[in-house]
Design a protein around this ligand. Structure first.
Ligand code: FES
Length: 276
C-alpha cells in the first residue's frame, strides 16, 4: 500500500512490505481478509490519511471492520494490524479493552441497558432481567452480549448491560445502537424490543432516527452509507437535549444567576513530585 503523502511513514524503506502487497492487491478477495472489499480498502486508506501516525487510525478502523463484519473477528484484527503496521497482539489489546468492539457476531440492533447505580435503583436491573428472559427464555435467559435471532438478520438483537450511559437525569435509560430511549419501564422496554424484532425502527427519545448497528459503526468510522441514504434534516432536527438536563441552566438564566468570574491569572498549582 502506498501511504498517503505527508505521512511520516511514507519515508519507510522502498521494499514492498506484506502490508503494501496486501493493499496493492487487485480487488479480488485476499486469502487473509476475504470480506474486506475494494470499497473497504479505499475507506481504510482514507482513514489512515487523516492521521500523522497511521497507528492513530486504529479506533476508527476497528469501527470500519465492525461495520463490515458485524463484529471484530480474528480476520478483522489481522486486517487492522496489516493496514497499520501493528502486531495482532497490539490490535487485540485495543479491541478487547473497549466495550464498543464486539468479538462475536452481533444482531441487527444492539440494545444496551444501563444497570449502573442510579438506573439500577430506578428499574434498570428489572428491565435488564426482563429483557434477558423475554429475548431468551425463562430456562435460558440471554446473557451479556448474546444475540436473539440469527446475527445480522432483520430483527436480531444483541443484548448487553452497560455502565453509566451519561443520562442519569433520565434514568432508567437504554440505548439502541447508541441512540437514547429515556425514562424506560419494564413494559416500554419489552414493547421496544418487540418492535425491533418485527422490523420496526422506533424513534429514539433524542438524537438521530434509528438505523442499524452496522450503519452506526460505519458512521463512527467517519462514513455514511451511500446505498441507504438517510434524511439528513431528520438527523439534525431531533431533540438533542432533555428538559431535565438543561433545567439548571434555565433556572440560572431566569434568576440571573451567573458563575463567579474566572481569576485573571490561573491559580498556582503545587509542584508535582519528580517523575521516576
Ligand atoms: S446510571 Fe444510568 S445513565 Fe447514569
Amino acid at each position: 500500500m502506498t501511504l498517503p503523502e505527508g505521512n511520516p511513514e511514507a519515508n519507510a524503506p522502498a521494499h514492498v512490505t506484506p502490508v503494501e502487497r496486501e493493499f496493492a492487491a487487485p480487488p479480488e478477495p485476499s486469502p487473509v481478509s476475504p470480506v474486506f472489499d475494494e470499497l473497504t480498502r479505499a475507506r481504510t486508506k482514507e482513514i489512515i490519511s487523516l492521521y500523522p501516525q497511521s497507528r492513530s487510525a486504529l479506533l476508527p478502523l476497528l469501527h470500519l471492520v465492525q461495520s463490515v463484519e458485524g463484529h471484530v473477528s480474528q480476520n478483522g484484527i489481522r486486517y487492522c494490524a496489516e493496514a497499520l503496521g501493528l502486531s495482532t497482539a497490539e490490535v487485540s489489546a485495543v479491541a478487547t479493552f473497549y466495550t464498543m468492539y464486539k468479538r462475536s457476531p452481533c444482531g441487527e440492533h444492539l440494545v444496551s441497558v444501563c444497570t449502573n447505580t442510579l438506573c439500577a435503583a430506578l428499574g434498570g436491573d428489572d428491565i435488564y432481567a426482563r429483557l434477558r428472559t423475554h429475548l431468551g427464555s425463562a430456562d435460558r435467559p440471554l446473557g451479556h452480549e448474546e444475540t436473539a435471532g440469527e446475527p445480522g438478520t432483520t430483527g436480531s438483537i444483541t443484548l448487553e448491560h452497560a455502565e453509566c450511559l451519561a443520562a442519569c437525569d433520565l434514568a432508567p435509560v437504554l440505548q439502541v445502537n447508541y441512540e437514547y430511549f429515556d425514562n424506560q419501564t419494564v413494559d416500554s422496554a419489552v414493547e421496544l424490543v418487540d418492535a425491533l424484532r418485527s422490523g420496526e425502527r422506533p424513534q429514539p427519545t433524542r438524537g438521530a432516527p434509528l438505523t442499524d448497528l452496522r450503519t452506526v459503526e460505519l458512521e463512527l468510522a467517519g462514513f455514511t452509507d451511500e446505498a441507504a441514504p438517510v434524511d439528513e434534516t431528520a438527523r439534525v432536527e431531533g431533540p438533542s437535549s432533555a428538559i431535565e438536563s438543561v433545567r439548571g441552566a434555565r433556572l440560572a438564566e431566569e434568576n440571573g444567576w451567573t458563575a463567579p468570574a474566572m481569576p485573571a491569572l490561573p491559580p498556582v498549582m503545587p509542584a508535582l513530585p519528580e517523575k521516576k
